[in-house]
Design a protein around this ligand. Structure first.
Ligand code: ATP
Ligand SMILES: Nc1ccn([C@@H]2O[C@H](COP(=O)(O)O)[C@@H](O)[C@H]2O)c(=O)n1
Length: 230
């Protein structure tokens, strides 16, 4: 069957990566975590001293943005891991600090231009499931299936808090909730590609939906769309 591209957008810590990874595994598609790419840029900026918790040296970051090579590899566990210039940075990019940093660098036009260029190249041959904030609106506007996930901030913060706790990350629920709210505010109000539901996206509020149920729902949407396209 002809392969399509699938866009999964939505708010922070909603379950985008979970549903996208599940779809990719079921369909034999490539999964691309676009958020990991923004996180890798933030890590690169921090490491080079061009970014602090309050400032960004935009000129320096723009001068060196083309030096950033982001790739993904599947670990023996089956988990996808993010590589920055050949170094496995998967664990480092998942901190609240880097998540906040990603949200900050994602407001910069030259960062978005470079990452969207790379993301669009990844989807050229179809067969990609990509999650993020602007996949259905900017990266793959012609994606045949667009999913938009939402859930209450409290539910999303609880999910991320439990995930970080399981990894042994010392963080409180209150810090996690504040991080979720801050990132959502920045993502939805920025001038560059703000988080929006694409007009042709199918929305799911998964506040009271299990991981299994949401994947089944997504597969049902895929089967419906691909039957229509046949
Ligand atoms: N329907 C669900 N019910 C309960 N927990 C869920 C559900 N979907 C995902 N989760 C859990 O919520 C946490 C966040 O999920 P995930 O990383 O997929 O979110 P995300 O939208 O990709 O986050 P971010 O945009 O911040 O990277 C994970 O621990 C995941 O296992
Ligand atoms: N397509 C995207 C993906 C992400 N961002 C920004 O990066 C931050 C981290 O993304 P996660 O999915 O890993 O949480 C996110 O808060 C966004 O600000 C983006 O702008 N566009």
């Amino acid at each position: 069957m002809k392969k399509i591209n699938i866009a999964v957008d939505g708010f922070s810590s909603c379950g985008k990566s979970t549903i996208a990874k599940g779809l990719a595994k079921e369909l034999g598609y490539t999964y691309i975590d676009s958020g990991a790419m923004y996180r890798a840029v933030a890590l690169f900026a921090y490491r080079n001293g061009w970014m602090t918790d309050t400032t960004i040296d935009e000129a320096a970051l723009q001068k060196h943005i083309s030096e950033i090579v982001i790739s993904f590899e599947t670990a023996p566990t089956g988990q996808q891991e993010t590589y920055l210039n050949g170094e496995n940075v998967e664990r480092e990019i998942r901190s609240l600090e880097i998540g906040n940093g990603a949200s900050r660098v994602s407001t910069l036009g030259f960062v978005r231009k470079e990452l969207v260029r790379q993301q669009q190249a990844m989807g050229k041959k179809k067969g990609v499931v990509m999650d993020g904030r602007d996949i259905g609106t900017v990266v793959f506007p012609d994606a045949e299936l667009k999913i938009f996930l939402t859930a209450s901030p409290e539910v999303r913060a609880r999910r991320r808090f439990e995930e970080l706790q399981a990894k042994g990350t010392p963080v409180s629920y209150e810090e996690t909730l504040a991080n979720v709210i801050e990132r959502d505010e920045r993502d939805t109000t920025r001038s560059e590609s703000p988080l929006r539901k694409a007009p042709d996206a199918i929305e799911l509020d998964n506040s009271n939906v299990t991981i299994t149920e949401q994947l089944q729902w997504a597969m049902d949407m895929f089967n419906k769309i691909t039957t229509q396209h046949e």
